[in-house]
Design a protein around this ligand. Structure first.
Ligand SMILES: *[C@@H]1O[C@H](CO)[C@@H](O)[C@H](O)[C@H]1NC(C)=O
Length: 369
């Protein structure tokens, strides 16, 4: 009896381990599209496109999807680059500064931090699926995807002095496409997948529910007798700023119930997150959620592909996280002075040239030990 139960336990552990293995980063390699040159022709015949080497980082389902919607590859590439740039911009002054690795055509650009479930992981999932939504929605309106166009259905009610017209960004298509393309990677039914799905959707909502009205005047010499308006996406910087706010206020959650069985959508819809701190409110649709606490991000940590803050430039007069004390984790810093020559005292002379002097200035750069 003893041996039987220990055998059962071992069997259970083996299965559990196998399940855990499945959470590996399969398929999210699509971000490596950012590194590949422009596909020579996005709109080749479908079979050619399906088999084209630039689609190798994609899963079968993703490949099928981009083949059904010719033109989306460029939008995806563009989206991947936008997401990486925005992540680096938003985190430039923090210890974790969204490090990426050049992995060629294979591995995950953001590294193994994606296997974790902390705030930073949450942000990466949200910003990347937001970028796909944004980029595809804009590409529709620009006419570079075969199966979508401007959204002409966004006519709520016209105002007194303006009417709907023109070409609205197709956030609806972008949202749907991103959901199909990005969420297809989340296959399990464990908590991590629910977290990823939630953050993916949060990212998308920050794009598709933040459309703004944009208008253009017509009429004699700018008289604005007629004004036509359409809906425009927020700038991706706005999306990044908002998601960064959500990152700062992200909720640490535990499972509020067991995930249902059944189809993914149903499973996700019925799933509930409960805040770890019962005094916090339940996370909403736009909130980012996480379950792992973040490390300090001081030392090199290969389990999350983080290089440490060694050699990072810091601000000696700041008491914030970009200040040398905090950024260098108390290890201290080295200061080096450089002489920089720059143009200064520029004068505009009629007409048309600009005369400047060359000044030399000493610039001090501090870097973490
Ligand atoms: C360094 O920090 C100070 C104080 O917060 C700030 O005024 C200054 O602009 C910062 N310098 C740089 C180069 O960011």
């Amino acid at each position: 009896m003893r041996t039987l139960s220990s055998l059962l336990i071992m069997l259970f552990l083996l299965i559990w381990y196998g399940e855990g293995k499945k959470t590996k980063l399969k398929g999210i390699r699509w971000w490596t599209l950012a590194n590949i040159g422009k596909p020579s022709n996005d709109l080749r015949s479908n079979t050619q496109l399906y088999n084209s080497p630039s689609l190798l980082p994609l899963t079968k389902k993703q490949r099928k999807l981009v083949t059904q919607h010719p033109g989306t590859i460029s939008a995806l590439q563009n989206g991947a680059r936008m997401a990486i740039d925005e992540c680096k911009f938003q985190f430039q002054n923090r210890r974790w500064n969204c490090p990426t690795q050049d992995v060629g055509n294979g591995g995950p650009i953001f590294g193994k931090i994606l296997e974790k479930g902390n705030r930073e992981t949450a942000f990466i999932y949200a910003i990347t699926s937001a970028a796909v939504t944004h980029s595809v929605a804009r590409a529709c309106a620009e006419g570079s995807i075969y199966t979508c166009s401007c959204d002409y259905n966004l006519k709520e009610s016209s105002g007194k002095d303006w009417e709907w017209g023109g070409c609205s960004d197709n956030a609806k298509f972008g949202h749907k496409f991103s959901r199909k393309f990005v969420d297809v990677l989340e296959k399990g039914r464990d908590f991590r997948y629910m977290m990823n799905l939630h953050n993916n959707e949060a990212g998308r909502v920050h794009v598709s529910k933040e459309m703004k009205r944009d208008c253009k005047c017509h009429g004699m010499s700018g008289s604005c007798a007629i004004k036509t308006c359409w809906m425009r996406l927020p700038s991706f910087r706005d999306v990044g700023d908002r998601l960064k706010d959500r990152f700062d206020g992200a909720s640490q959650v535990i499972s509020g119930n067991r995930p249902n069985s059944g189809r993914k959508k149903k499973r996700y819809k019925s799933f509930q997150f409960a805040p770890v701190n019962p005094n916090h409110k339940k996370p909403g649709r736009r909130d980012l959620v996480y379950f792992d606490s973040s490390p300090l991000y001081c030392e090199k940590d290969i389990s999350i592909d983080f290089p440490g803050t060694y050699g990072r430039e810091c601000n000696a007069s700041s008491i914030g996280i970009d200040g040398c004390d905090l950024l260098c984790c108390g290890r201290g810093y080295v200061s080096k002075s450089f002489t920089v020559r720059e143009r200064c005292s520029c004068i505009f002379r009629w007409c048309c040239d600009v005369k400047c002097e060359v000044c030399t200035r000493t610039k001090v750069v501090h870097t973490c030990k």
